[in-house]
Design a protein around this ligand. Structure first.
Ligand SMILES: [Zn+2]
Length: 470
């Protein structure tokens, strides 16, 4: 509040009050100093402020992947965004890649972790990216996302990724596609995509890891608690994929090619990719020349921006922070009284897509798999009985010639309101036919109850193997 005092300009009331207080304790001595300074123009008091979030870690783009070298799966785009457009990028690796091979030396295990961490930092430095974090997951070379989530330490990893989203405040998060695909289909890739999606949805929720967003009592002092972060809602979520037949991902988001030239560096983007792969010396193989030229098909999974599907990643982002956009979370899905579905990771993803409102991803990947290296194929099925009475049901498989799946036409007893998990291991003819570019085969199961069809599962199987066991 301000009041005008005579012709001497504006004086804040507290100043006038302290003048009166000074007069009462100091008497004439104060008066003798004169009232002139008291009645002079007094600048307004500066508002109280707190430090802004640490700008050194602000990112436009946060990449969340599993292994040092996964970043090469998005390097066409990062080269353009970071080097040519001056955007800021940060990267989280959920493991240090300790189970990868080593084509340089004998170093393995935890030592390989240390080596690959340095390779990751050097590779990203090619693009000028230095904000790089590694989680404590262990490299788990299977294709089952649930196995990788288990070895990752799902809860601890999620807590840390939410923390790093709040620290880096990304406009966009790019991560691996959480889906079971034919291809490398690494479970760790999928797990990083699951955790990244969860973090995208949780970082804006003040009740998710609330200790992270509580204010420290005295931030510049020692022995503080309360992490001092703020909730954060990113505006777009994109997926990349390790599918060996990725064409089906096209036109669900932007595509970035390695054929362009980096304006900032004056070299083809594939040359920058090669420099990154040179840093990943322990992962060198005969296919590097192919890797450095690969296109990147991004799938837009979520967006709060008004932007076309295939527009640039940062298109429509705007300047203002986004408001929290809560997702519905898991809801019970009402099934028919008897039903059947693919189990394991496939069943998990059905629920995951619904819980996280991933409507653009659900249905994108038709049920598919690739053969294991031992000419076998694991197929989990879930037989659901959601009725109040028991049922004896028959399962019949239609398989390609020469394929076997143990006993045929097995009868399963389903107790009321129960699920029977069937674990099938299919064996294929050995040796396999010439598999390069062979068309996939279709597998088909029918569940019947008293001769009446109660459920169907179809699975497309590619006759190839990409080095990671199912
Ligand atoms: Zn990887």
């Amino acid at each position: 509040m301000k009041r005008r005092i005579g012709n001497h300009g504006l004086v804040r009331l507290p100043v006038l009050a302290s003048a009166f207080f000074g007069l009462t304790i100091c008497g004439c001595a104060f008066f003798a100093l004169g009232l002139v300074p008291l009645l002079a123009e007094t600048p307004p008091k500066a508002p109280s402020t707190i430090p802004a979030p640490d700008d050194r870690y602000k990112a436009d783009i946060l990449v969340i992947v599993a292994h040092p070298d996964d970043d090469t799966g998005i390097s066409n785009y990062l080269a353009k965004a970071v080097l040519d457009e001056g955007k800021r990028a940060a990267v989280i690796f959920s493991t240090k890649g300790n189970s990868g091979g080593n084509t340089v030396g004998m170093e393995q295990g935890k030592t390989l972790s240390d080596v690959r961490e340095m390779e990751g930092r050097r590779a990203l430095a090619v693009l000028g990216i230095t904000n790089v974090w590694f989680l404590r997951g262990t490299d788990t070379p299977t294709q089952d996302v649930l196995h990788s989530l288990e070895t990752l330490g799902h809860g601890e990893a999620l807590e840390e990724v939410v923390r790093l989203v709040r620290l880096t405040r990304p406009e966009v998060i790019i991560t691996w596609l959480p889906a079971y695909v034919a291809g490398e289909n690494h479970g760790d890739h999928q797990a990083s995509g699951v955790v990244a999606t969860e973090a995208y949805d949780m970082a804006g929720d003040p009740t998710a890891f609330p200790e992270q967003v509580s204010a420290p009592r005295a931030h510049a002092d020692i022995s503080n608690y309360g992490e001092g972060l703020h909730t954060w809602q990113a505006k777009k979520l994109y997926y990349i994929s390790d599918a060996s037949h990725p064409e089906f991902l096209q036109h669900h988001g932007p595509t970035y090619l390695a054929t362009g030239v980096s304006r900032a560096r004056g070299v083809p983007i594939s040359t920058l990719n090669k420099s990154m792969w040179d840093a990943y010396a322990t992962q060198s193989d005969d296919d590097i020349d192919r890797y450095v030229k690969m296109p990147e098909y991004l799938v837009l999974a979520k967006s709060l921006a008004k932007s076309p599907l295939e527009a640039d990643v940062l298109d429509g982002i705007g300047l203002a922070p986004a408001a929290y956009d809560p997702t519905p979370g898991y809801r019970v899905f009402v099934r028919p009284p008897l039903s059947m579905e693919l189990g394991g990771p496939w069943a998990f993803y059905e629920q995951f897509y619904r819980a996280h409102a991933l409507t653009s991803v659900a249905g994108l990947v038709k049920p598919q798999a690739a053969l294991g290296g031992d000419h076998s194929l694991w197929v989990p099925l879930l037989l659901h009985n959601d009725s109040a009475v028991s049922h004896d049901v028959a399962l019949h498989a239609t398989l390609p010639e020469g394929w076997t799946a143990g006993a045929q036409d097995v009868i399963y007893h389903l107790a009321p309101r129960s699920t029977y998990p069937v674990q099938l291991v299919l064996n294929t003819p050995t040796p396999l036919p010439a598999v390069k570019n062979a068309p996939p085969v279709e597998l088909h199961w029918v569940l019947s109850d008293g001769g009446k069809e109660a459920g169907v599962v179809n699975l497309t199987v590619y006759l190839e193997y990409n080095g990671v066991p199912q």
